[in-house]
Design a protein around this ligand. Structure first.
Ligand code: URA
Length: 210
């Protein structure tokens, strides 16, 4: 498996890769997490401590997707454990959700240096892992936290201030774009719209939860 990944790192464009890759073969999150842990497909892995796979209930009805690990997450090996993560915990608690019943992940699994945004080629390279996570978990609802996750999973032209709070149905998934918790830390006026978005999610969750 590691050999496959090393061979792949020679390929510039992952779209040119044929089916049957390690992440496509993974049937469980555990298998997939081993592929992610061994990944050296982009430069991010060299600059971080560890890949942060994501965590939560393997059959979660709700998946929350952020950008990528920050320093705290890189150290802990867990998603959303820094300041933005504490705020996310508060939001989840406020709507009656526990971390253990949802799955929390990120677009890229390795911390970008200096907490910069992941670059387009890094997103493109890491996206198959997120797609595999979605395939295995098969959630009813995906919450995109912030512009990067929303543009990656919904539409590159999406504008988070304009488009948040509107359900998008794509590839059979119901997706809710909303602001990233870090944006709320910078601008508390965004708390109200995020509250509305999570209330809409909870309403739908009551209808579709398994
Ligand atoms: N911000 C993110 O987008 N993801 C994390 O895991 C932490 C902070």
């Amino acid at each position: 498996m590691t050999e496959n990944i090393q061979q792949l790192s020679l390929l510039e464009n992952i779209e040119s890769v044929k089916p049957g890759l390690p992440w496509e073969q993974a049937q469980t999150l555990k298998e997939l997490s081993q592929v992610v842990a061994a990944c050296r497909l982009c430069r991010l892995r060299d600059g971080c401590r560890q890949a942060v796979f994501g965590e939560g209930y393997p059959q979660a009805d709700i998946m929350l997707i952020g950008e990528g690990p920050g320093q705290a997450e890189d150290e802990a090996g867990r998603p959303f454990v820094g300041k933005a993560g504490q705020l996310l915990d508060n939001i989840l608690a406020a709507v009656g959700l526990q971390r253990s019943e949802v799955f929390i992940g990120n677009v890229v699994k390795c911390r970008p240096p200096g907490n910069r945004l992941p670059l387009p080629d890094e997103v493109k390279t890491c996206l198959p892992f997120l797609q595999a996570q979605i395939r295995i978990i098969n959630p009813q609802i995906v919450i995109c936290l912030g512009a990067l996750a929303s543009q990656t999973l919904i539409d590159p032209g999406l504008r988070i201030t304009r488009d948040r709070g509107r359900w998008v149905i794509k590839d059979g998934l119901e997706i809710m774009p909303t602001f990233h918790p870090a944006a709320l830390l910078r601008d508390p006026r965004k708390k109200r719209p995020v509250w509305e978005d999570f209330k809409a999610v909870m309403k739908r969750y009551e209808q579709v939860r398994r």
